[in-house]
Write a protein that binds this ligand. Sequence first.
Ligand code: 5GP
Ligand code: MG
Ligand code: MG
Length: 179
Amino acid sequence: MSIVKIKDKSFKTSIPEAEILKKVQVVADRLNKDYEGKTPVFLAVLNGAFIFAADLMRMITVPSEISFVKYASYEGTFSTGSMKTLMGLNQDLAGRHVVIVEDIVDSGFTMAHMIEDLKKMNPASVEVCSLLVKPGNLKVDLDINYAVMKIPNDFIVGYGLDYDQEGRNLRDIYTIVEE
Ligand code: 5GP
Ligand code: MG
Ligand code: MG
């Protein structure tokens, strides 16, 4: 086990890269079966999903497309606080089979919001493929058909996920060490 320090926090190895890749392959196999003959559009959510998407897509063998999207928060004059808007989607999704590629589903609010936005574009289907899910924190009714790994509620970094924008480049997944 190795320890890394990022800013004021320490993290310990939790899921090694080799194990991540084995589990990504299992989900890729399912996607290859389920999307045969459908030419799905994968929508990877930046920044967190960039490593996962790169590994997953190289295991996809059915004809497919990939696009990268991002949620930008903007502070408006809304009493409810910040709003989030989907950026980077320059594609017609009408009638298409969409697979969202996400790093982690925590409360599930982000995914629920994204699915709602995408459904307005009349896709044939929308499914979620998330590297990680924290089932203990899920606060909305959300079907995550393709979850690579389920983890406890601890904060993690690496393999695309950040702590205050650092640590995305770590090959393995690390869990925070509580002091
Ligand atoms: P949700 O809307 O599901 O609560 O939030 C999902 C987002 O919160 C993820 O896309 C990710 O950016 C962030 N997040 C949730 N849990 C973690 C975690 O353990 N580590 C990191 N780095 N980000 C997390
Ligand atoms: Mg994310
Ligand atoms: Mg983050």
